[in-house]
Write a protein that binds this ligand. Structure first.
Ligand code: ADP
Ligand code: MG
Length: 274
């Protein structure tokens, strides 16, 4: 475990993120955020998918997590949320070392995620899919004895904009509807932190705006979010801060404007759309 705690590293966004030594500057201690990832590395055989990545996520922040396809974004999420154990490094959630804990335990701690490829139960209705994702012990505390599972599931469906599609099956939903369902299933676990993997893929510009509004509302209600995208489309207006990775390593960190004008970011995208 590392003890990198630079005394003079400011905790707000005054650092430019474009100087050398970025990785060392951004290495954080266990209590430096809701979620702190320290020197995370994941290897698959000879391939290093995530390479000594360190970052922290602050309470009620929307952090953008950007990088080209294959950069290691989903693998980072997989290592944080218990899908894969990291090869090296430490994950702290609310100051506790949770490295390698199961996905189930992460959910119990208040961490939820959505997957890039949706996997609802296609033979169940929308509301049933959400109901099945509800965490029983939390349901009890939320709704008390009189609150029914269905009532809570309906509430969540309405929250994500599926109130008029409760009894449809996932197969009847448009792509954006499946994403909303995926968010609903994540919300059903009553999370404090949601990791959202590529929500904008396959959406029209209007849908990107609608989903951004929903994510911004969730933050306003107290949630902390990390939102992945492979470019900046739709993210700029939504996020407070972004981290850009290529080949599993961080190349930039800063406000959306700082990221957009960052030379290394522009090089990584070879002049492509940001
Ligand atoms: P991103 O989400 O940024 O597009 P990924 O995290 O999915 O990227 O993938 C990063 C790299 O790790 C890619 O080269 C991918 O092929 C590889 N990878 C991801 N998951 C596995 C796995 N389970 N086994 C082997 N290689 C993997
Ligand atoms: Mg991915």
């Amino acid at each position: 475990m590392s003890t990198t705690t630079d005394a003079d590293t400011s905790d707000d966004s005054t650092s430019t993120g474009t100087e050398t030594g970025l990785a060392a500057e951004t290495a954080a201690g266990p209590d430096d955020g809701v979620l702190v990832v320290e020197h995370l590395t994941k290897r698959f055989g000879g391939l290093t998918a995530v390479d000594d990545l360190s970052f922290a996520v602050q309470e009620q922040e929307i952090l953008g997590f950007i990088g080209p396809n294959g950069a290691g974004k989903s693998t980072t999420f997989n290592c944080i949320t218990g899908t894969y154990p990291p090869t090296e490094g430490t994950v702290y959630y609310r100051g506790e070392d949770v490295t390698g804990e199961s996905a189930y335990d992460m959910v119990k701690r208040g961490m939820a995620r959505t997957f890039q490829s949706f996997a609802p139960l296609y033979d169940r209705t929308v509301v049933k899919n959400v109901a099945l994702a509800l965490t029983p012990d939390k349901l009890f505390s939320l709704s008390g004895l009189r609150g029914g599972t269905r009532d809570r599931a309906v509430e969540i469906c309405e929250r994500v904009g599926l109130g008029d599609r409760l009894d449809q099956t996932p197969g009847e939903l448009p792509h954006a509807g499946l994403l909303r369902l995926e968010l609903g299933r994540a919300l059903a676990t009553d999370p404090e932190l949601i990791l959202v993997d590529e929500p904008f893929a396959g959406l029209s510009n209007q849908e990107v705006g609608e989903v951004s509004d929903l994510l911004a509302d969730l933050r306003a209600e107290g949630l902390t979010l990390v939102v992945v995208d492979h470019n900046m489309r739709g993210l700029l207006d939504l996020i407070d801060r972004a981290i850009v990775i290529t080949f599993g390593s961080m190349i930039a960190e800063g406000t959306p404007e700082e990221i957009r004008t960052d030379e290394q970011v522009q090089e990584a995208y070879l002049g492509g759309e940001l």
